[in-house]
Design a protein around this ligand. Structure first.
Ligand SMILES: [Fe+2]
Length: 307
């Protein structure tokens, strides 16, 4: 069962050390009843008024911190473009500063991923099955192989009138016990450390550096993608699986390892989110990570030595 760890902003000090990373790695959700940093009302108002194309297939608006670039913003108005860029950049910077103080042992090692603004109502959103947010799943990104790093996400519900509602289900370890090795989520071939295999890998990583190969997926990444798809397509699990309901009211925030806690967003509109990748070496309890859980079950290495 996933626990809600309530954190009041007034109680936060800079001396918490690893207390909250520990809760996250146990598979719990950190919940903040209020936004724990400044977020000007005029910025929230701008986001609430932003119109995306009426098609619910449109993607969320993304901000890529490394490139300092916004993608998928559906407007030709230059002023609106500039404002969206400024607001998402500020959101990303404030979130990262806050998380640095909250999770100091992760910060020196983490890798920034995208921030996003989610303007669509999740309830009734018409998406293909594997893209649906309202079906239980663990996160895995087809375009960003993790090689064992963890997916940490921080959310804000900026909707002044409506809560965001989630369900969570079995943690990753139980999902592997329930389904690992079966059709759809078979255990991938273990990493082979032979001279020949290492040489081939070196060549592939070299080709990636040269830009010839776009990405290299480890056996771990294949398994996580398969688990993500398998869960969403498993009607029995979606219907009869264990469920825990979560309500995130207006202006509340939450942080969770979404590769470990299976989750679905049933309803809600207007949320912001920042994703961070936390590598194995930064974890307090690497044995609890999906990578180590999978390696124990599959009895072999699931990431490459060069990853
Ligand atoms: Fe997700």
């Amino acid at each position: 069962m996933t626990k809600k760890i309530v954190i009041e902003v007034k109680d936060l000090t800079k001396t918490e050390g690893t207390k909250y990373s520990e809760e996250l790695e146990k598979g719990n959700i950190l919940f903040f009843p209020q936004i724990p940093f400044d977020f000007p009302q005029e910025e929230i108002d701008f986001l609430l008024k932003s119109k995306q194309s009426s098609s619910s297939n449109r993607k969320n608006i993304a901000y890529k911190p490394q490139l300092d670039k916004v993608t998928n913003h559906d407007t030709k108005n230059e002023e609106e473009k500039r404002k969206m860029h400024t607001i998402l950049k500020h959101f990303s910077e404030r979130t990262l500063q806050f998380l640095k103080d909250l999770l100091p042992s992760y910060a020196p090692h983490w890798k920034l991923d995208y921030a996003s603004f989610r303007p669509f109502q999740e309830k009734g959103r018409k998406l293909r099955t594997r893209a649906r947010n309202d079906l239980l799943h663990v996160d895995s990104f087809p375009t960003r192989p993790m090689h064992g790093s963890r997916i940490l996400r921080f959310f804000i519900n900026i909707n002044p009138k409506e809560s965001r509602n989630w369900i969570t289900s079995h943690p990753f370890e139980e999902l592997v016990q329930m389904y690992g090795g079966s059709r759809g989520v078979f255990f991938p071939k273990k990493v082979d450390f032979s001279f020949c295999e290492r040489w081939m890998l070196k060549m592939r990583f070299l080709l990636k550096q040269l830009g010839v190969v776009k990405q290299i997926r480890s056996p771990y990444d294949h398994f996580m993608m398969n688990m993500h798809n398998f869960l969403k397509e498993n009607e029995d699990f979606q219907k009869n699986g264990y469920k825990q309901h979560w309500e995130f009211p207006s202006y509340s925030c939450w942080a969770v390892f979404t590769d470990q806690v299976s989750h679905a967003a049933l309803s809600g509109q207007y949320a912001l989110e920042q994703t961070i990748f936390v590598p194995q070496k930064a974890l307090l309890f690497p044995d609890r990570s999906p990578l180590r859980v999978l390696e124990r079950s599959a009895e072999g290495n699931m990431v490459y030595p060069l990853s």
